[in-house]
Design a protein around this ligand. Structure first.
Ligand code: TXE
Length: 484
């Protein structure tokens, strides 16, 4: 059995922890590999190595455009190994192969985007007075920690690592215990191409190994994607050392469908937004807000679509794969059982056994109707293929429902009327609003992040480079040369 090694201080090492943690293919139940927890001493060694590396003359002498070129080289490498990496991601997460391929493509594009941006992030000058040149420069923050979840391991690692390296930082990635495979593949490339200590990979259980990193007094920034509860823990840990955080904490995002929506696109958009990666997507469109007049027909067609979706192992490249692990499966099937007893399920609601894949974590794509807008099923992130329907009659009602949760990551607005669409987009409290589409082809270039409990800060796009820089003002007084 392969033990996923960590990369610490340029060396491949196994975690010091006693227990072996299984990395399971959620489609089949097969154990793909194992890993071990990093110990405190190993995390300390990684942080120390990162400090030495990031402050070394060797790293300081790597020019911004050269860092960019290295990232572009990685993008090329990813494209060369696209099929191999897609299969790794498909097996590790259980997602359909087409979606895994899209993740690999997105990862390559993050490295291209930030590789190209590496020498284009500029400071500023400020006019003070004659005899003073006032420059604002952007310096690397130093050691950046990246705590990555299991739903989009490759994409999420790529998006923050690329921005952090482009700006000249050291990176320590803690991959999710369930899904270390593509991070390990990426680490192998970094190990060959980068000075030791600039890129390191740590493995282990989040609740045990995570705090060793987030509480470490010598780190300079934490990027975390995950649940609100763990986000709070990460923020508390960071507060002890006054370390800035970028948090992306998921959502309960609405798709708001008006009666004058382009119905075919809206239907497809609503389906995709909730079944992609079996609903295990931070920006999943988990709530459908539908205008009363359009409800009956739209729901009928939606139910038809849900009932014809192909569900099965990721490698069969179906419409929807399994949930990630037993924990998510048990949690979500219990929620669905209760929803069935309460009479909310209009389609789905059951677990599924797929012939030949009996150990996979399959559930039916599910639609719930009649749920109170304040109920848990309409408020909390379920993180499965479960769509909750709420109904509105006026624009103001739609906006109130859209804004009626603690989250605010993404919203979809579907209407052919530009006034309605613009008005709603301006009133919805979400970091991204999509009008007559949902997701806009991935949006590597667009700022992404949440209002309210969906997080702090923005990832993706040019703006994310700022997460990994420290601003310094340098005022230089110069004297008028004496003239002879
Ligand atoms: O999340 P956690 P879990 C949501 C989603 C899901 C729920 C639970 O609703 O059902 O969270 O999933 C690491 N210090 N999202 O338990 O605990 C851990 O290794 C530092 C939304 O997986 O937030 C894991 O890989 N790190 C989401 C990662 O953090 C810690 C993606 C996320 O774990 C840690 C995933 C700690 N104390 C889950 N505890 C999104 N926004 O896309 C755990 N980790």
């Amino acid at each position: 059995m392969q033990i996923i090694p960590m990369l610490i201080n340029g060396k491949w090492v196994q975690g010091d922890g006693q227990a072996f943690i299984d990395v399971v293919n959620p489609s089949t139940g097969e154990v793909l590999a194992q890993l071990k927890n990093a110990s405190k001493a190993q995390v300390d060694e990684a942080v120390q190595a990162a400090r030495i590396a990031v402050e070394s003359e060797e790293w300081r002498q790597v020019k911004a455009f050269e860092r960019g070129q290295l990232l572009l080289e990685l993008a090329q490498y990813i494209r060369m190994h696209a099929e191999e990496w897609s299969l790794l991601e498909c097996r590790d997460v259980g997602k359909p192969l087409t979606q895994a391929r899209a993740d690999v493509e997105a990862a390559a594009r993050y490295f291209e985007f930030y590789g190209g941006a590496a020498d284009k992030l500029m400071g500023d000058t400020i006019p003070i007075e004659d005899g003073i040149l006032n420059a604002v420069v952007l310096e690397p923050v130093g050691i950046t920690v990246h705590i990555v979840p299991w739903n989009y391991p490759l994409q999420i690692t790529a998006r923050s690592v690329a921005a952090a390296i482009a700006t000249g930082n050291a990176v320590i990635v803690k991959s999710a215990e369930d899904t270390p495979l593509t991070t390990h593949a990426m680490t192998q490339w970094f190990a060959r191409k980068f000075p030791k200590g600039i890129f390191q990979h740590i493995t282990g259980l989040g609740r045990e190994v995570g705090p060793l990193l987030t509480r470490h007094p010598d780190i300079n920034h934490i990027t975390f994607t995950g649940s609100v509860a763990t986000g709070i823990e990460v923020m508390k840990a960071a507060a002890q050392n006054i370390v800035p955080v970028t948090l992306e904490l998921g959502g309960k995002s609405p798709n708001i469908v008006f009666a004058d929506a382009p119905m075919e696109q809206a239907l497809e958009g609503v389906v995709r937004a909730i079944i992609q990666n079996a609903g295990q997507t931070c920006s999943a469109g988990a709530r459908l807000l539908i205008e009363e007049d359009a409800k009956a027909l739209f729901i009928k067609r939606l139910v038809d679509r849900f009932q014809t979706l192909k569900i099965g192992p990721g490698e069969a490249d179906v419409d929807m794969g399994p949930l990630l692990n037993e924990r998510q499966y048990v949690k979500i099937s219990a929620l669905l059982q209760q929803a069935k007893e309460d009479g909310y399920v209009i389609t789905g609601g059951d677990t599924l056994t797929i012939k030949g894949y009996e150990k996979g974590y399959y559930i039916q794509p599910t639609i719930l109707d009649g749920v109170d807008a304040d109920a848990e099923l309409a408020q909390e992130e379920i993180f499965g293929p479960v769509l909750t329907i709420l109904t509105f009659s006026t624009v103001e009602e739609a906006i109130a429902l859209a804004n009626g949760t603690d989250y605010g990551l993404v919203a979809g607005v579907w209407s052919k009327d530009l006034d309605t669409a613009h008005y709603v987009a301006s009133r919805v409290k979400a970091g991204q609003v999509f009008v007559n589409n949902y997701g806009a082809a991935g949006g590597i270039q667009m700022p992404f992040g949440g209002y309210k409990k969906s997080g702090i800060g923005r990832e993706k796009g040019f703006v994310a480079l700022r997460n990994y820089t420290q601003m310094k003002n340098i005022a230089i007084r110069y004297a008028t040369p004496e003239r002879t």
